[in-house]
Design a binder for this molecule. Structure first.
Ligand code: GDD
Length: 401
């Protein structure tokens, strides 16, 4: 793969946010060198990418998706990666999870991949996490809460139990296996470029095509990402004093975290997880509030945003769904202790427009979008032992223990 070095970087305390980088060649061949001398382009050969992928897990959050799409997504993930599927599909009246397991089991024979599956609402998983005092992910019945973020965090814990250094997230509803393959290699390239162990790689889609008037429109931004990016950039500008539009990936569902960074983040529930990663990183390492993580501050946190060559085709889930996602994204920015009052007001106005609910004086965002504690608080060896022994839906393929 050949891509440019970041051309521009915004800094906030210990956080470096790199501007969007372009890919010049998806596959730049096996040899390490360049034909001509290059100082602006970074090249990764097969072996470099492959070595990084060996240390990577790909988590697929899954809820009632078409099995054909899941199959395509699995076929796009390079064989070196550990695949972790965390499902929240219904178990009754039809057991969708059993269907997913059966599909993956049959495919596994041909793919020869290392795959782990688990159901998010497995009661044993809830009990284990309760015993280990990881209560922030549980609902009042003692199960892991429903929600995409909750599934992703469970995926992080499983990646950690398999000692992975990097974790990438890929949605299960992607129509293009080649795009999935590109995302995973982009994750590897981002980690390969990082100079800090605390690193976040975010996908910026070149296009998210939509069908309008019976023809394909290659739009770049959806309303949700455009609005979220605008407010995240305003948050950043309010602290630095300089206007910026550097953030282009506020809602990027396809993104990856190095395990050392994943270990110290809080996670916001549901679909607010992706924008909250920015907010949390600013709060913890941006130099505005005192940091409890001097090691991280010393090494710095890097955020890469890398633009794909493949367009992103995925299931369209309708306007209500998008409004819900946007509301969550804006709410968690408004709830931040570093968000200035004029920006909070603007966010409240915007949320009222989306929800149709008149402005509330004090919006209780944290009740609606509770935070999940850092995964470093879970004793991982004990978690691994308990899950292996007791989780009824824990399913492994490819000779995994
Ligand atoms: N485990 C689990 N639990 N998975 C879930 C849950 C849940 O409760 N809810 C949804 N998922 C899975 C879906 O099956 C899919 O694979 C993935 O999470 C994304 O959910 P979608 O509902 O398809 O989201 P989207 O496609 O509208 O939005 C995606 O892209 C946005 C950026 O455009 C998501 O990744 C968003 O988080 C992202 O901001």
């Amino acid at each position: 793969m050949k891509l440019d070095f970041p051309r521009y970087t915004e800094r906030l305390g210990a956080v470096s946010i790199h501007a969007v980088q372009r890919i010049y060649e998806l596959d730049s061949g096996k040899s390490k060198g360049f034909l001509t001398s290059h100082q602006t382009i970074k090249k990764f050969d097969y072996d470099e990418i492959s070595n990084l992928l060996h240390d990577m897990a790909i988590v697929i959050p899954l809820k009632e998706e078409r099995l054909k799409l899941l199959e395509g997504v699995l076929s796009g993930i390079p064989n070196e990666c550990l695949v972790i599927i965390v499902s929240n599909s219904p178990r009754s009246p039809v057991d969708r999870y059993a269907m997913e397991v059966e599909t993956v089991r049959l495919l596994g024979r041909f793919m020869d991949k290392r795959i782990v599956m688990i159901h998010q609402r497995d009661s044993a998983v809830g009990s284990i996490l309760k015993k280990l005092k990881y209560n922030s992910i549980l609902d009042s019945t003692g199960h892991v809460r429903a929600g995409k973020a909750e599934g992703m965090v469970l995926g992080l814990l499983i990646a950690k139990m398999y000692h992975k250094d990097y974790v990438g997230f890929i949605d299960a509803d992607n129509y293009v296996p080649g795009a999935v393959n590109e995302y995973v290699k982009i994750f590897a390239a981002g980690f390969g470029m990082a100079s800090s162990p605390y690193c976040n790689v975010r996908i910026s889609w070149v296009f998210k095509p939509k069908v309008r008037n019976n023809s394909l429109q290659f739009s770049k931004w959806g309303r949700v990402s455009e609005t979220t990016n605008k407010y995240l950039n305003s948050l950043l500008s309010s602290v630095t004093g300089f206007e910026t539009d550097i953030i282009k990936t506020g809602n990027s569902g396809e993104h990856a975290l190095s395990m050392p960074l994943a270990d110290c983040l809080h996670y916001s529930s549901g679909y607010s997880i992706e924008p909250y990663e920015f907010v949390d990183v600013f709060e913890k390492f941006g130099g505005i509030l005192p940091s409890k993580y001097p090691n991280v501050v010393e090494k710095g946190v890097e955020v890469f945003q890398i633009e794909t060559r493949n367009p992103h085709f995925h299931e369209d889930k309708g306007k209500m769904h998008l409004n819900h996602m946007l509301e969550g994204s804006l709410a968690i920015i408004a709830a931040s202790s570093i968000c200035p009052s004029d920006l909070k007001r603007a966010l409240r106005d915007q949320i009222s427009q989306i929800t149709g609910v008149k402005k509330q004086k004090k919006l209780d965002h944290r009740t609606r979008y509770p935070l999940i504690a850092p995964i470093s608080t879970v004793p991982i060896a004990e978690f691994a032992k308990e899950v292996r022994e007791n989780a009824e839906t824990f399913y492994r393929l490819g000779g995994l223990k």
